[in-house]
Design a protein around this ligand. Structure first.
Ligand SMILES: [Zn+2]
Length: 350
């Protein structure tokens, strides 16, 4: 059995208009792989930062860099929509609308993106997003992970002096940035999703690489799955997780030298997840740890390797929105069959 289908009873077999309280939380470690800039519109030129407690045990006040929630899902949505567009799975709502596009107020109201990440259109139609995120915090303080660079813009002759007049450049700029190998922790909560939607959302997380301010200042990010939690309520917050992980890392190494090691961060994140779940009042929660998370990641890679299988999977996921219960359940069976076939064909090490 594939790790992807093993826990299908925790997910929905068909899309429901009414909330059922099936939560899947993806515990994600995001690591910058180049300089990056995260800021909110209107906050000036600086990075988004907040003062918070360093940990629960370590009550020092620490300023952390923040990746705002919208910045994260917007990137992942676009990653998924590329795939839908490439497979002809974005639609026009009517003859006048044009094909479903972000920020154009012409949501098609039936593609996987509209249904999963939500839409609102003037004139009534709305679907609440079933992908819930929160601001993500840097594990270490802004004083360590962020820096500022000042410089002068160069002239054509690669100097700071005008080639004709010889006057020095006045174009001095100051740029804040997040250093490479900075870790951020994020819980992405999927609510009442089907099996196909779960795989689609995880694919979007693992396939997204460019986050941060638009234009040339987007930083490269690598997302890793540190765990998955199935529950019937929301679990702990990004901040609680960040603080608990900080405490665990600090107990191991009081210096906490930057950059942190990936394996230390992943181990601490998995341990913090297990211990924080003790506070969560969910019926019968299921926590998948590091090993299962790595298997899930490999299984997703296997699924996405075959474009025809992905296309069939997306079509079956979309058929899960059928109002006819039987049709939706048949679509679910197709999703299960495709994922199992991917597991057998690929390197899903079951
Ligand atoms: Zn749409």
């Amino acid at each position: 059995m594939s790790i992807l289908t093993q826990h299908q009873n925790r997910l929905l077999t068909a899309y429901s208009n009414f909330p059922l309280g099936h939560y899947v939380s993806l515990i994600i470690v995001r690591k910058t792989q180049s300089e990056a800039l995260f800021r909110t519109e209107g906050a000036g030129e600086d990075l988004s930062k907040e003062f918070v407690r360093a940990g629960e045990q370590d009550a020092t006040i620490l300023q952390r860099v923040v990746i705002t929630k919208r910045k994260q899902t917007a990137v992942e949505r676009r990653t998924g929509r590329e795939l839908l567009r490439d497979n002809g799975l974005l639609y026009a709502k009517d003859e006048r609308s044009g094909v479903c596009a972000l920020n154009r107020n012409n949501a098609c109201e039936r593609c996987i993106d509209c249904m999963l990440y939500g839409y609102a259109v003037g004139g009534g139609g709305a679907q609440k997003s079933r992908v819930i995120t929160d601001d993500a915090f840097s594990l270490l303080g802004a004083g360590v992970v962020a820096a500022k660079r000042t410089g002068n813009a160069l002239y054509d002759n690669s100097t700071m002096r005008d080639p004709e007049t010889g006057t020095p450049s006045q174009a001095i700029y100051e740029e804040p940035y997040v250093k490479p190998e900075t870790h951020f922790l994020e819980i992405e909560t999927l609510k009442d999703v089907t099996l196909g939607e779960w795989v689609y959302a995880m694919g979007n997380v693992l396939r997204s690489t460019r986050y941060g301010a638009v234009s040339s200042r987007q930083g490269r990010i690598k997302n890793a799955l540190a765990g998955v939690v199935f529950s019937n309520c929301e679990i702990f917050s990004n901040l609680e997780l960040t603080q608990r992980v900080y405490d665990l890392l600090k107990a191991k190494d009081p210096e906490l030298n930057f950059p942190l090691r990936d394996s230390d961060v992943l181990d601490a994140t998995a341990a913090a997840t297990r211990s924080l779940m003790a506070r969560v009042a969910s019926a019968d929660p299921l926590i998948l740890g590091l090993e299962d998370a790595a298997r899930l990641q490999r299984a997703i890679v296997g699924v996405y390797r075959d474009p025809e299988r992905v296309a069939a999977l997306l079509r079956a996921t979309e058929r899960g929105y059928a109002t006819d219960r039987k049709a939706a359940e048949a679509a679910h069976a197709d999703v299960v069959r495709l994922l199992e076939a991917a597991g057998e064909a690929g390197d899903d090490d079951e």
